[in-house]
Design a protein around this ligand. Structure first.
Ligand SMILES: [Zn+2]
Length: 105
């Protein structure tokens, strides 16, 4: 089994959301218009606790890529159990066949 994780870094598990927040400035044109200020929030679960982090705009594409990579790794991990069992059986059956052949000759 090839380890895909080396090509899937950075990776993370969480969800990214764009929110619009008002600021503390007085007479802010954006806030008065109701547009407010966009901000990116990453929500993750750490040891069962939900935590939120502000994500700087420049980092958003990397976070989005990391989330995609995280999903791919999770999918791969889901397949890993059956793959390991299959590989074990295959190896064991090959060994059994060799023993049988050795016994016959
Ligand atoms: Zn504002």
């Amino acid at each position: 089994m090839e380890n895909p994780a080396k090509n899937l870094w950075p990776a993370l598990k969480g969800s990214l959301a764009k929110v619009y927040k008002p600021c503390i400035r007085k007479n802010c044109a954006l806030c008065e218009r109701g547009d407010k200020h966009p901000a990116w929030i990453l929500t993750v679960s750490q040891k069962g606790h939900r935590r939120c982090f502000y994500v700087p705009e420049e980092l958003v594409p990397i976070i989005q890529l990391a989330i995609q990579n995280g999903r791919k790794i999770e999918e791969w991990l889901g397949n890993a159990g059956p793959e390991i069992i299959k590989a074990f059986r295959h190896q064991r059956d090959n060994a059994d066949n060799k023993k049988k052949r050795a016994a016959k000759s």
